[in-house]
Design a protein around this ligand. Sequence first.
Ligand code: NAD
Ligand code: DAU
Length: 351
Amino acid sequence: MQSKKNILVTGGAGFIGSHLIKLLVNKYPQYRIICFDKLTYAGNLENLTEVETAENYTFVKGDISSEENVAKVFHEEEVTDVIHLAAESHVDRSISNPSQFIETNVLGTTTLLNEAKKSWSSVENLFYHVSTDEVFGSLGKEGFFNEETSYDPKSPYSASKAASDHIVRAYGHTFGLSYVISNCSNNYGANQFPEKLIPLVVNNIKNSKPIPLYGTGDNIRDWLWVGDHVRAIDEIFHKGKRGETYCVGGENEWSNLDLVKLLIHLTDKHLDRKEGSSLGLIKFVTDRAGHDFRYAVNSRKLMEELSWKPSLTPEEGMSQTVSWYMENTEWMSRVTNGIYMDYYHKQYLKR
Ligand code: NAD
Ligand code: DAU
């Protein structure tokens, strides 16, 4: 039996946060799970309808950059632990508006850390910082990131996440705050906001719209099903060594072009279209500024110390994901409303 905890999950209404909350609420009825989220364009309470009436779940609207909001939720909810996912998460938006990323990812994380430092007196209280493999920069054709890799962030997004990782470690070193950090590769699955490659592509195939591929489509990402990422977070939260870092990846590298071809195959099949009939939608567009070439993650430490491994094959995961978007067209219609279309036009129309 686990001890009683009041866990603040920041960014819980976003893509990964909502999957994590569903796992925690169902698996640990003895914990109170508090979703703390500003509900930016990326936050969506519809992702959490499955747990909204659960007795051990509460939603609190708030901004991690507001000292007042953060102090209030810590005191009213008697927060014992934080799993911190709230962030601006999209690289393209960090290129058009870097300041928002510094505000949320750097200053917001610091505001949370200050409150944790003030409120907690025991090493039992844990600050879990959820981060990205992008802090390590860009790989060439060979090699993998691991826990020893030097930081070399290249985009305003990854630089803001790298800064927040360093600040978390500094609070651990200087003030004795108990923390753990994980750096994960690209996630995919249900409920991902369609600014990210996979839901954007599936939605465009369905609507017979051009599929924008940046540059040559040769850039490589390592994809992990979101359900496996949140299982890793659960393991690390409970059993990870305090003051350490864990790399999380899918051992599942795809060039963007090959991945898009797979998504075309799966989506056309789902829609009973002729095999490959959407291939003509692929449109090579101006590259992302400073586009990292390749990410690949070595998760040996997590696998060996905590016995974690991905549960789905890439084929199973991608197929399930395409089916989810095909079967949840109302969710997609609601999130691709006016604000999304403004973003989409600015991002893609003149590309
Ligand atoms: P997301 O953009 O889907 O969700 C972010 C959530 O944070 C939203 O619910 C948003 O409303 C909330 N938020 C933003 N600013 C806030 C603020 N000031 N105060 C409170 N809430 C705020 O992001 P995601 O893809 O679910 O990523 C979650 C975390 O995981 C991020 O920290 C990201 O860096 C990290 N991560 C993401 C991936 C990935 O592939 N998506 C991979 C590795 C790590
Ligand atoms: O590696 C982990 C990171 O993965 C997370 O930290 C980020 O939060 C998450 O957004 C993701 O970053 P990427 O930039 O890799 O993901 P994105 O889905 O934006 O892009 C994936 C690849 O596809 C990348 O090489 C850029 C390319 N791309 C993306 C879009 C949106 C295109 O070719 N066309 C597009 O329209």
